[in-house]
Design a protein around this ligand. Sequence first.
Ligand SMILES: CC(C)C(=O)C(=O)O
Length: 505
Amino acid sequence: MVKRKIEIMDTTLRDGEQTSGVSFSASEKLTIAQLLLEELHVDRVEIASARVSDGEFQAVKTIMDWASQNGYTNRIEVLSFVDNGVSINWMLNAGVKVQNLLTKGSLNHLTHQLKKTAEQHFEEIAAVIALATQNQIETNVYLEDWSNGMRNSKDYVFQFLDFLGQQSVKRVLLPDTLGVLTPSETYEYIAELKSKYPKVHFDFHAHNDYDLSTANVLEAVKAGIDGLHLTVNGMGERAGNAPMASAVAVINDFLPEVKISLKESSIFKVSKLVETFSGIRIPANKPIVGDNVFTQTAGIHADGDNKNNLYFNDLLPERFGRKRTYALGKTSGKANIEKNLQELGLKLNDEDLKKVTQRVIELGDKKETVTKEDLPYIISDVLDSKLYEEKVTVQSYVLTHAKGLRPSATISVSIEGEHFEENAQGDGQFDAFMNALNKVYAKKKLHLPKLIDYAVRIAPGSDSDALCEAIITWETDKKSFKTRGLDSDQTVCAIKATQKMLNII
Ligand SMILES: CC(C)C(=O)C(=O)O
């Protein structure tokens, strides 16, 4: 079967940056654009809106300089406006070669926002397209509010498309600006346009206000759409755009007649980078990229995974550069514990396994988070065994925090019987502690793992004197892992989690 190719345009750097509170720096934009094109293999990238700010101009220019040296100029797009050529000038100065011209795709927007007739609007659009063409800038046209245009002013949409047929336009971009389409309407409207204008290249730009963006993408492809606009982690205005990871999985798994160029195994890496740069946390239950989505929590699921993979579906974590994990907590069964022990290279007899499982369940009952790295401690404690022996201990420390002075730490650490003392300053007490610890390890010519996430919480619903829990995620060249510390003081619980890390590496 010859598969139909669907173009993917990523708009994380334009619509995604319209997520409230997000602003990417020029170097972050360049890094993301490079990863999207070179690692993820998206077809096109929309990187900014014209005229936004001086900073945005610098970012676009930096990306276009890189793109022109690497043959990507015609795959990088900028949203522009019908503004008598002001956007065109801005883009020319930045080296942009493709504009996505924002026009009005519904009569409602045209009459109430622009307060113009269709003829006046078309005349101004024609002038901008002609100017772009004279300056070797290629034009795609966005029909803003197109979905409502199809619902309420279809004749205007057809009149507009007939007009665009006379212009030098490469693609027509169909936004569901307010995220109001249902899947069946998406199918109906796109199928109607594809049968009336079979030669036009149409892109669909979904929004997720009703959580229907991925379903709408699925229907758009079934109806014959030529291209899709997606964003990493579903970032975008209001509830966001169609999330790249879900859309890719849905297309690959449910639409064998089409093909896309995206590399599934790079999705998670790009997703995490965008999470870091944007500061917008990926929800733990976000399909494909969320922390929890490849974690079996119920004992019965872990047990079924051992029996002909009864609880697997086609969304295998390895496809996306991820791994299945088994949670430890109140609902864990023996199978969850065993799976984690296997990872640690440990094995227990049936009776000991039962005791350890019971303890994990008790901890879960107290709302405590149990990580794989806690298991050796739990085993030592429950079985009174010497399975786990601390080779590194933080023997004492003094932490200072005083108004007007930098926090500092003096620490004394024993590493396999050898004693070290160091002090350092930091941005906070824990940072000072880590700086002192790094000095100790530098003396031993060793590197500590990188701290990549740090979360402190008290059990939900407890008072301010409750135990704090620090969960720290560490990363070495080979792996990333979490350690946990419990104490009534939030710095001390982080130090306890750090001591566990020192005994794992
Ligand atoms: C700015 C426009 C193109 C948009 O993102 C939308 O209508 O959804």
